[in-house]
Write a protein that binds this ligand. Structure first.
Ligand code: KG4
Ligand code: ZN
Length: 347
């Protein structure tokens, strides 16, 4: 085990300052400091507030990670960092910190894609990724179906959202229902108390839409349908059944996501589906994916909820894979790339 590379990963693409340490394919620690409470009253992440919080949290979070893992910085073999996509100012804090650390320690630096990291984190949970794997990546900023022959250098996009990301839809619908930000976990909880009684639209799942957008998603029509339904209810003076609306909305999102993921596995002859990103923490999505994969003979891999939402372990996990597969490190001039394409694993 001691001959496996010891890699520290830094994640700062949004509002979580994450520092994870992985040895080979074993997770030693996943330390997180979140600024989510500072954004809640604005109903969304405020980039300036997030950047400042990363600056303040970075050194204490690195120290906490090392202490918990029982290692010193001098033990590290490499440093990995999210170089994109994400909020530019937030990414810059992580990238600058990682460069300083790599330079001071004299170890290689790997700038990695946040989205590929959401896929790679499953390696520290369930072992090596089968090649190819099909990945359903659902977060606050992205919703994609990816064909992944090799997570260290070959990630192909089969489709993505043409408007809102799945997590964004959860957050916006939560706001309509008067639930706090970020809305995903609150909708998940409320839905548990409700029934699926409203038939909300499933975008891009039938006829010409499906033909033209086979593996794409659209959630903006669904979000509008929920808002209209709630408004009509309020206008008629009746109470809004929050739990039932949450359950019905959640059912529509998870139905579309799992239906298209299974279809993509079938059509591309892939027998393994990995679900990642913050929305993969959703209890209904996890249950429905399990049922549908079982019925279709597909192996399902979903990390525990804490590794689905943003964290440093995922960056360390992908960094360690890059080291293990002998990929070249990034240059110290590595930029923070806020719009890094999903197909670029490393920068
Ligand atoms: O991956 P992530 O932590 O950050 C991004 O890269 O965007 O995803 C955050 C998103 C938010 O929109 C949040 O509402 C959603 O993931 N989320 C959930 C749940 N937990 C987090 N959505 C549905 N159900 C959940 N349990
Ligand atoms: Zn993410």
């Amino acid at each position: 085990m001691a001959d496996q590379p010891l890699v520290l990963g830094i994640e700062t693409s949004c509002d979580e300052t994450g520092v994870g340490i992985v040895r080979g394919e074993t997770l030693l620690v996943d330390a997180i400091a979140s600024s989510v409470d500072e954004h809640a009253r604005f109903g969304g992440v405020v980039p300036e507030v997030a950047s400042r919080a990363h600056l303040e949290a970075m050194v204490p979070t690195i120290e906490r990670a090392c202490t918990t893992a029982g290692i010193g910085l001098r033990d590290l073999d490499a440093v990995a960092v999210t170089s994109g996509p994400g909020l530019a100012g937030a990414l810059m804090v992580g990238v600058a910190s990682a460069k300083a650390l790599a330079l001071a320690l004299g170890v290689p630096l790997y700038g990695v894609n946040h989205l590929a990291s959401h896929v790679a984190v499953d390696i520290v949970e369930h072992g090596p990724l089968p090649e190819p794997t099909l990945a359903l990546l659902v977060s606050g900023g992205h919703s994609s179906l990816l064909l992944v022959p090799d997570v260290t250098h070959d990630v192909r996009s089969l489709g993505s959202t043409i408007d809102d990301a799945a997590g964004e839809a959860f957050d916006k619908v939560a706001r309509v229902l008067g639930l706090p930000f970020p809305g995903g976990p609150h909708i998940d909880r409320a839905a548990g108390e409700g029934q699926v009684v409203i038939d909300f639209p499933r975008g891009l799942t039938t006829g010409r839409d499906l033909e033209r957008h086979r593996f794409d998603f659209s959630f903006s029509g669904l979000k509008t349908a929920v808002a209209r339904w709630v408004q009509a209810r309020e206008a008629s003076g009746q109470p809004v059944p929050v739990a039932d609306v949450a359950a019905s909305f959640q059912e529509a999102v998870t139905d579309v996501l799992t239906r298209k993921a299974v279809l993509a596995c079938r059509e591309h002859g892939v027998e393994h589906l990995q679900v990642g990103g913050g929305v993969a923490a959703n209890s209904r999505l996890r249950a429905m994916a399990r049922e549908r994969c079982e019925a279709a003979g597909i192996e399902l891999r979903v990390p525990r909820p804490g590794l689905c939402t943003d964290n440093g372990a995922m960056v360390a996990a992908l960094g360690a894979q890059l080291v293990l597969k002998g990929r070249s490190p990034s240059d110290l001039s590595l930029p923070a790339d806020s719009s890094m394409p999903v197909t670029l694993v490393q920068s």
